[in-house]
Write a protein that binds this ligand. Structure first.
Ligand code: NAP
Length: 309
């Protein structure tokens, strides 16, 4: 498995991350098989959030399953996210909520520290000084090693950076061949004839590259937000044909090629897979060893419905 070093963050981490959002649906034994399969394929990074499952059920299931895997806690990176409070219908980055969310995650995960903590989505009422105070306290108490964000535009990160003392080294955002808006906009810049030219994220990709922030791509196989995968989906015939051609040449699955498309980007992103099926996880991990050419990358991009202006 290809490894990357997150600047000012954890080193030697797998390019593919195992997402745990869908883990609440599994038994303890099945969850252990997912964690172990991912690990055996070279994944050493597991992504959680307080809102995955009712009352943090994904974190609870992970902790119940983990002892069955034989993996040592210190050999993996455990990441969680806080700030989405669907039970209260609000997003909350107050100091009080950040601190209590981390305590809840640590208790549910049955660990003494999180390797990385991300602020999940912006609380529209966030006060960066409160966030800074919470991060200082978490760092001092040894509860969190590194800090980052998710789904944030550059100016929000800049505002946080003015107050937060720790480097913000991760931005977890949606990116796939189907949802490629993070990449599209500069190609069509200033073009009135297409929606692709709309700047929806304040140039988050280039901002993150300029500021040594690692992008983690979530839902790399989904259509829209959780609309099912585009792999083998008849609505994406041309894309599946292009994926299949390269998959056959490289002797890997179409899934691996779709993920390799993200890993091919020179921004050195990580990709977060969400499969709970051990065979799909093995297929996905093969992505890290696929070397797509410059031409392959464009062929897939164009097959996903974009065009060269
Ligand atoms: N920061 C954020 O706002 C945010 C938002 C959403 C997600 N995330 C993170 O990103 C992770 C991944 O999200 P996701 O689950 O939507 O990712 P995904 O990998 O795009 O989708 C996984 C889903 O696709 C299914 N699937 C169907 N065919 C597949 C195939 N051939 N290969 C692989 N999967 C296939 C999987 O089913 P099987 O289980 O049957 O394989 C699973 O239900 C989450 O676990 C979470 O950690 C973050």
């Amino acid at each position: 498995m290809k490894k990357i070093n997150i600047i000012n963050g954890p080193q030697n981490v797998s390019a593919v991350i195992q997402g745990c959002m869908r883990m609440p649906a599994l038994t303890k034994e099945a969850a252990a098989q997912v964690i172990r399969t991912a690990y055996d394929c070279g994944i050493n990074f597991y992504d959680h959030a307080t809102c995955y499952g009712e009352n943090g059920a994904a974190e609870t299931r992970f902790a119940e399953a983990f002892p069955l895997t034989g993996i040592k806690r210190e050999d993996i990176i455990i990441q969680s996210k806080c700030g989405l409070c669907f039970d209260r219908n609000e997003f909350d980055w107050t100091k009080e909520n950040i601190l209590s969310s981390v305590d809840d995650s640590l208790r549910r995960l049955n660990v003494e520290y999180l390797d990385t903590l991300l602020l999940h989505r912006p609380d529209l009422l966030y006060d960066p000084e409160e966030v800074a105070a919470a991060f200082d306290e978490l760092e001092k108490a040894g509860k969190v090693r590194f800090f980052g964000v998710s789904n944030l535009v550059p100016m929000q990160i800049e505002l946080l950076k003015k107050y937060v003392n720790q480097p913000l080294n991760i931005n977890q955002v949606q990116l796939s061949l189907e949802q490629s808006q993070l990449i599209d906009q500069p190609l069509y810049m200033n073009n009135k004839t297409t929606e692709f030219s709309l700047n929806r994220d304040g140039n988050a990709l280039d901002y993150c590259r300029l500021n040594d922030i690692t992008i983690q791509a979530w839902s790399p196989l989904q259509v829209g937000m959780f609309g099912g995968t585009f792999i083998d989906n008849p609505d994406f015939e041309e894309l599946n044909k292009a994926l299949a051609e390269i998959a056959e040449r490289e002797n890997v699955s179409k899934t691996a090629v779709a993920l390799a498309w993200i890993l091919r980007h020179p921004a050195k992103m990580q990709v977060i897979i969400g499969s709970m099926n051990p065979e799909h996880i093995k297929d996905a991990c093969a992505a890290a060893d696929v070397n797509l050419s410059h031409h392959d990358w464009y062929a897939l991009y164009l097959a996903s419905g974009k065009y060269l202006p």
